[in-house]
Ligand binder design. Structure first.
Ligand code: IPD
Ligand code: CA
Ligand code: CA
Ligand code: CA
Length: 271
């Protein structure tokens, strides 16, 4: 049948419970100076033991509750499932902040049904803020119960824009060049260090726009739903959906302006 075995809201509840448990574990176990256990695509792209521990905890809890579901996680890849549900897990988004003790890192969990993200939670631990959204039902800061709305009517030159610089080797020079074109045309830039937290900040109206190139699905799956459910347009370049190639999020009018600023800068070029 076309019926899911559980209502979507139960999937969100489970995601929220697991994101909270993983977050509490991370806060409890974070040493004063976490150690880098591995670097991936570049020296910026670091992994700590707790990235792995968080993903292990999250995978274990999902499997206990829903053994047939697929799970895609940053550190352990894809485990296939038999059903229609896939979980997308970033066990720590903002590992560099976690490493240095800066207060913006998050546990991000999204739930896909038939390839569409229907629920997402981003637990920004150091801020004690849990953001969540269910497709079609709005985005909320669960900690206060507040419904989230992105800003509207902000022109590009008055917009505070969050961005990030993907870690892959060879991209950083182009990212800096793109940034040099953006900085004089906006109010200011924020590089917070967690794409998931950036998208939630956008949803909460704390920044007006966001763009980044080179994300992975686990970075944005939950945050993009939260931003969209807060009224943002979320997408890529030239009408493409948000993806690893490019991510833009803002109120629809600002999205257009940001897109038209970024598109000719050829962000697909490597250098
Ligand atoms: C990173 C963060 C960062 C973004 C990078 C991501 P990680 O995720 O979201 O803000 O700029 O592109 O890789 O590695 O800390 O989970
Ligand atoms: Ca990482
Ligand atoms: Ca991430
Ligand atoms: Ca991560």
């Amino acid at each position: 049948s076309n019926q899911l075995d559980v209502p979507r809201s139960e999937l969100l509840d489970l995601a929220v419970r697991i994101a909270k448990e993983a977050g509490d574990m991370l806060v409890a176990k974070r040493p004063r100076r976490p150690e880098i256990v591995e670097t991936k695509s570049s020296p910026t792209d670091v992994v700590t033991a707790l990235d792995h521990a968080s993903e292990e905890l999250i995978r274990g809890r999902i499997r206990e509750a829903r053994p047939a579901d697929a799970i895609l996680g940053e550190e352990d890849g894809l485990s296939d499932g038999a059903g229609r549900v896939r979980w997308i897990v970033d066990p720590i988004d903002g590992t560099v902040n976690f490493l240095y003790g800066l207060p913006e890192w998050a546990v991000s969990i999204a739930v896909e049904v038939d390839g569409e993200v229907v629920a997402g939670v981003v637990n920004v631990l150091p801020r004690k803020e849990v953001f969540a959204a269910e497709k079609g039902a709005g985005a909320y800061l669960l900690t206060t119960g507040e419904r989230l709305h992105c800003t509207t009517g902000v022109p590009l030159e008055e917009a505070l824009i969050a961005t990030g610089f993907g870690y892959a080797r060879g991209r950083r020079k182009v990212q800096a060049e793109v940034l040099a074109h953006v900085v004089p045309r906006v109010r200011d830039i924020r590089r917070v260090g967690s794409a998931a937290a950036d998208l939630c900040a956008l949803a909460a109206g704390r920044v007006d726009g966001y763009y980044e190139r080179g994300l992975n699905l686990w970075d944005y799956a939950a945050g993009a739903l939260i931003a969209a459910e807060a009224g943002a347009r979320v997408g890529g370049l030239h009408g493409n959906p948000i993806g690893p190639e490019f991510a833009i999020a803002a109120a629809p009018e600002l999205f257009e302006q940001l897109h038209d600023l970024l598109a000719p800068l050829d962000p697909a070029r490597d250098a």
